[in-house]
Design a protein around this ligand. Structure first.
Ligand SMILES: Cc1cc2nc3c(=O)[nH]c(=O)nc-3n(C[C@H](O)[C@H](O)[C@H](O)COP(=O)(O)OP(=O)(O)OC[C@H]3O[C@@H](n4cnc5c(N)ncnc54)[C@H](O)[C@@H]3O)c2cc1C
Length: 448
């Protein structure tokens, strides 16, 4: 490829902070709140003008992984900062009661829908009241590092290029952008290049709730099959999720699946992202036509909103001292360095379908602190969907509940490590666990 030389220039240091969080999705929201509450001067950088990450920008509008089925009883197992978000959403009238999700063989978990607008407002309030310096419209583009130590993050804004220095950094970009710039090892997809397929979400208004609930949603899979067989529709994903939002007449549709000639789209690739937006919107319109024509309850509905961006499930995953595996999840495994719990099934988005493997028995596993520790960078933590997991581990750990749990732990750990003058990896994990428990987090039975 042809290159040109960019002239060297001095970049202004526009801010110096103690903990710098990159990305305002579920992980970043919890990380920044926890770091600030732990007494660290904290700044959060977000490229959009609102928080929520995939939860708002991709219009996920539903919390998975907050609940687990503990010996058959569905209970909330992620607390702490997550509770503060739920409380605010409920006060805004933007939270539905949790619903039970049941597998084909009768195993269960829970999920909870919320309103997109309420989530933005609730998380603004949460971070501002915690004292976080939230910097919207800030695209992080690189890092200045010295021998495995991050000195600064370089940003681009409407006001130009700049640098922000910090003592501790937390990468909650979802794509492990900062970890990659700092030279930390990562994996992207499986050995065959597979990454979970993305989805363009949409929401629908004026749904006849009772009919859609009683007849439409239960028949969705067979109706998709009939529509495809008729030759009148092109619906690449054989099964999907349609569910009501906080208000009965508004539903979300998690139906589309974007591929490039069958291959998954890479959400960390500029060209693939652009392709996926246009293809996603095209597919969403086709699925909506199908819903209106063929699914009971949708005849008089209209398309309320298409997600601002294509929903990306998986890109880079850091390789830390331990990678949480799918087996750990299904075995409900405990870890001595637990910083939270999760009970979401393995949810694998394969070509044309989604494969589910639910947890049995106790119904949740512990999340080790080591999932948040990158290799070779001494002042960085990583939380969220790009944490240290195997690919099948990520198929469970990427959802909002565990991202909140990891984020709270990473934020607390960053503040503690900074105060102690140590690297996060050298932190007294028992002290971190005591602090998390004191702050309302549920980390499982670790004897804290
Ligand atoms: C279509 C779809 C449906 C899903 N359904 C559900 C569901 O029902 N329930 C559920 O709980 N989970 C669901 N998930 C998964 C879940 O939403 C995500 O995995 C979760 O949001 C990950 O959180 P995160 O904080 O790690 O990253 P993200 O949510 O991806 O947030 C990362 C944030 O960082 C910002 N950012 C990234 N790079 C930069 C940069 N260089 N500079 C500045 N800002 C940057 C982004 O704008 C974003 O706000 C779904 C995901 C998709 C795609």
């Amino acid at each position: 490829m042809r290159t040109i030389t960019e002239p060297a220039r001095q970049v202004p240091v526009v801010a110096e902070t103690e903990v710098l969080v990159l990305g305002g999705g579920p992980a970043g929201i919890a990380a920044a709140t926890a770091a600030a509450r732990s007494g660290a001067r904290t700044m959060l950088l977000e490229r959009y003008g609102f928080l929520g990450g995939m939860g708002t920008a991709a219009m996920v509008t539903n919390f998975c992984g907050l609940h687990a089925s503990i010996n058959g009883s569905v209970q909330q197992i992620v607390h702490g900062v997550a509770d503060d978000i739920l409380d605010r959403l409920a006060k805004l009238g933007g939270l539905r009661e949790p619903h039970v999700v049941t597998s084909a063989d009768g195993l269960k978990t829970g999920a909870q829908a919320y309103d997109n607008a309420a989530y933005k407002v609730a998380t603004d309030d949460l971070l501002v009241s915690a004292g976080v310096d939230v910097r919207f419209h800030t695209f992080a583009v690189d890092a200045v590092t010295d021998n495995g130590h991050i000195e600064a993050v370089l940003i681009e804004t409407k006001s130009g290029r700049a640098a922000i220095t910090a003592d501790m950094f937390i990468d909650c970009s979802g794509d492990a952008d900062l970890a990659a710039w700092a030279g930390a090892p990562f994996e992207k997809g499986g050995s065959d290049g597979f990454m979970a397929y993305p989805t363009m979400m949409f929401r629908i208004a004026d749904v006849d709730h009772d009919v859609a609930m009683g007849e439409g949603a239960p028949q969705l899979k067979s109706l998709i099959a009939e529509a495809n067989a008729s030759g009148e529709y092109t619906l690449p994903r054989k099964a999907g999720i349609i569910r009501p939002q906080t208000h009965d007449s508004e539903w979300r549709a998690n139906l589309t699946q974007i591929s490039r000639d069958g291959a998954p789209v890479d959400g960390s690739d500029w060209d693939d992202l652009g392709y996926a937006e246009i293809e996603g919107r095209k597919q969403a319109i086709e699925y909506f036509r199908f819903l209106k024509d063929r699914v009971p309850g949708f005849a008089d509905a209209y398309m309320l909103e298409l997600a601002p961006q294509i929903g990306i499930r998986e890109t880079r995953r850091i390789v830390g001292p331990y990678q949480l595996t799918g087996k750990d999840v299904l075995d409900c495994r405990d870890f001595e360095d637990s910083i939270g719990c999760s009970g979401w099934p393995l949810e694998t988005h394969v070509l044309g379908d989604v494969e589910w493997k639910f947890l049995a028995g106790r119904g949740y596993h512990q999340i080790p602190f080591s999932t948040t520790l990158p290799t070779g960078v001494d002042n960085l933590l990583v939380a969220g969907r790009c944490a240290s997991t195997t690919q099948d581990g990520q198929a469970s750990l990427r959802v909002s509940g565990p991202c909140f749990a990891m984020g709270q732990a990473a934020g607390t750990a960053a503040a503690m490590a900074r105060t102690a003058g140590t690297a996060p990896a050298e932190l007294d994990v028992a002290a971190l666990q005591r602090q998390l428990a004191a702050d309302g987090a549920f980390i499982g039975d670790t004897g804290v």
